[in-house]
Design a protein around this ligand. Structure first.
Ligand code: GLN
Length: 268
């Protein structure tokens, strides 16, 4: 990651770049000194084997920002996977889930590790590795609240939240007639409204729903099978990285490290 070679870390660089024309000259110097990309954009690693990962914290236990530290299953898993390859992980960038795919396409990151479900719509824009985790969807409600739905139909006429760009959002929009859909940048915000009683239900991945149930004043009303599988996302023209990551995923599974990481984040 070029920002490790310069005076500015990635965030301050991006902030400066966002501040406008005044920093163009400075940014240009940094780019010239440390980057051969011809489009001058902030992209993946300087040398060909260094990659930058992107994730969307607020999705426990897969990715959380705890006191400024990015932690979670996806963080440990990707780091273990990359350690099995000839690539090096230069760092992590954090985004709202909805902007991850465009950040990958524009080259700000090289790999998405964000509990992202492999599906055809996404495959039109990006490529995925082999699956590394399976999940269904759950409906969360306020603990002990009046609203206790038992099937998707019961959400009709209710205020239902999900995270922008998620498969949970797709379910509320496409499969629940007459729900009043409210989108949130992060599930943490949606769960906050649920606790306060200003939202009736939230649709989200079951392992994350369980984590919120254990830590917040919300409970799973019911779970329904979607058979989703998470994959790491890469650019479609990054076939070398994709196959290296696939080998890494297999190696981490075979070595028992996958089981250790799972125990760490999901163990009782
Ligand atoms: N698995 C869901 C999806 O891919 C949610 C992922 C997330 O919110 N991080 O849409």
């Amino acid at each position: 990651m070029r920002d490790q070679t310069g005076t500015f870390d990635r965030r301050s660089y991006l902030k400066l770049a966002g501040a406008g024309v005044a920093v163009t000259g400075l940014a240009g110097c940094l780019e010239d000194a440390a980057d051969d990309d011809d489009d001058g954009s902030e992209s993946g690693g300087d040398d060909e084997t260094e990659i930058v990962a992107g994730t969307a914290p607020g999705f426990p236990p897969f990715e959380m920002n705890e006191g400024g530290d990015l932690v979670g299953f996806d963080i440990d898993h990707l780091e273990a996977v990359v350690a099995e390859t000839d690539y090096e992980l230069g760092g992590w960038n954090e985004y709202n889930f909805e902007t991850l795919i465009q950040s990958l396409e524009s080259g700000n990151i090289d790999v998405i590790a964000a509990a992202m479900t492999i599906n055809d719509e996404r495959k039109e824009r990006i490529a995925f590795t082999d699956p590394y985790y399976s999940a269904d969807q759950s409906v969360l409600v306020q603990t002990g609240g009046d609203f206790q739905p038992s099937e998707l139909e019961d959400l009709s006429g209710r205020q239902v939240g999900a995270q922008s760009g998620s498969t949970g959002e797709g379910i509320v929009e496409d499969e629940v007639d007459g729900a009043e859909y409210r989108s949130f940048d992060s599930y943490v915000l949606a769960v906050g409204e649920l606790e306060r009683g200003t939202l009736d239900a939230v649709v989200l991945d079951q392992p994350v729903a369980k984590t919120f149930e254990a830590n917040r004043d919300v409970e799973i009303a019911f779970t329904f099978e979607t058979g989703e599988e998470y994959g790491l996302g890469v650019r479609q023209d990054d076939g070398d990285l994709q196959s290296a990551l696939n080998d890494g995923i297999a190696a981490v599974q075979e070595s028992g490290e996958y089981e250790e990481i799972t125990q760490e984040w999901f163990g009782e």
